[in-house]
Write a protein that binds this ligand. Structure first.
Ligand code: CTP
Length: 397
């Protein structure tokens, strides 16, 4: 259940903070990606380097990062958007009180406010503290916010006293985390989604073809994003040299005609995302053998390929969401809006090729999402953009 999931582990300043190291390892063993945020007092119990090296990611403590990372002051928002689950273990009475009152004076508590994921709080403190009226009130309050609470266990406490307040065993936390994640249904749960990606190749003869520099990165990111939102994804892609996403059915094609046939077989899907950079032209004649330069024929006659997106738009079933892309070098919005109408798509994701951070090969992108009645803009890594786009589209539908 935790495999491939993204977890923020929040660690606060209690003696059980050292157990969070083991919890981090177990989350990772279960296949989750973990980022750690600590309160400043948690660093008195466990060195942040321990969590940094084990998580393979910077540990966030303060909202305002060091000067050299000054643009990263929105990290709590990005982390809040990134996570599938936020687990605070151990959670002190102090942090609990802050959460109950919306106080956001450090990275951990600010991320609580920014989080879009479920939150699991593991209150851990001395027995008397746990039984105190304010802690009881705060627990009721945070439960009423919809946050999950994992009750502490009873036993021998750091004070030398016996009582209720111990951090539950790691496997108990893991089980609760899996149960929470398993209960979250993404907006594409149970939907069949087809994503096309990468370039096509139109062969002239066995050694020459017409193609384009599409890397397939954006289409692959769209496929992974759809899968994260619960979809059953099939990715149909042209020749690319990037890794296949895990857990996604892939089908490779070469030409625009191959892609057209593969899409036709899946034309009833709930969602079709045409991110492929389909060649608009293909040679009118192809040669079985390599054309020799001595033949003197240096003209290639071309014919149009089928416009697959338009073909889909013409026969779109009512249950289907049809998403196209528009790659433009000029008049981005105007051209993309005309493609939305002309191709009868529900959405067009438009990006300009005139910027080095948004091109075919780049890992980042900046897109305009144009629908019939709403539009927006996103930028970030291709994966972030893909997730934001799909969340926007399926929250609007
Ligand atoms: N597309 C398609 N079949 C084609 C060409 C393009 O399905 N033969 C799809 C692309 O996958 C994309 C959308 O149409 O989702 C727009 O592609 P783009 O290359 O931007 O536009 P074109 O239709 O090729 O128009 P133009 O070349 O005039 O910009």
């Amino acid at each position: 259940m935790l495999s491939g999931k993204r977890i923020i582990l929040g660690v606060t300043g209690g003696i059980a903070a050292y157990k969070a190291v083991f919890l981090l390892r177990e989350f990772q063993k279960a296949g989750a990606e973990v980022r750690v945020t600590m309160t400043p007092s948690a660093t008195r119990f466990v060195g942040l380097e321990t969590f940094t090296s084990l998580s393979g990611h910077d540990v966030a403590i303060e909202i305002f990062p060091k000067e050299e990372q000054a643009t990263e002051w929105t990290r709590h928002i990005n982390w809040g958007e990134w996570a599938d689950l936020f687990v605070i273990a151990p959670c002190t009475g102090n942090t609990l009180a802050k959460i109950a009152n919306g106080i956001s004076d450090n990275m951990l508590t600010a991320t609580v406010l920014a989080a879009r994921s479920p939150l699991l709080i593991c209150p851990t403190m001395d027995g008397e503290m746990y039984e105190s009226p304010s802690v009881s009130e705060n627990l009721k309050k945070v439960e009423s916010f919809g946050y999950h609470i994992l009750e502490p266990e009873s036993g021998f406490l750091a004070s030398g006293l016996e009582g209720k307040g111990r951090l539950p065993e790691i496997d108990v936390i893991l089980e609760k985390a899996s149960e929470i994640i398993g209960s979250v249904k993404g907006p594409l749960e149970g939907k069949k989604v087809i994503v096309t990606a990468g370039p096509t190749r139109e062969f002239i003869d066995p050694v020459r073809f017409i193609s384009n520099p599409s890397s397939g990165k954006m289409g692959f990111a769209m496929a992974t994003a759809a899968q994260r939102l619960g979809a059953e994804v099939t990715l149909i892609h042209g020749p690319v040299s990037i890794d296949k996403p895990e857990g996604i059915i892939t089908k490779s094609i070469v030409s625009a005609e191959d892609l057209y046939k593969a899409v036709q077989q899946n034309a009833d899907a709930d969602v079709i995302i045409m991110s492929a950079a389909v060649s608009d032209f293909t040679p009118a004649n192809t040669f079985e053998h390599k054309v020799k330069k001595e033949s003197g024929d240096n003209t290639i006659n071309l014919k149009n390929t089928t416009d697959i997106l338009s073909w889909l738009g013409e026969r779109k079933p009512t249950h289907q969401t049809l998403i196209g892309f528009a790659m433009e070098t000029q008049n981005l919005i105007q051209n993309a809006t005309s493609k939305l109408e002309r191709k009868k798509a529900d959405w067009i994701i438009a990006n300009s090729l005139s910027n080095k951070d948004t091109g075919f090969e780049a890992d980042t992108n900046q897109v305009h999402v144009l629908g019939k009645s709403s539009k927006t803009e996103f930028k970030g890594t291709k994966q972030e953009v893909a997730e934001r786009v799909l969340k926007f589209i399926f929250d609007s539908e």
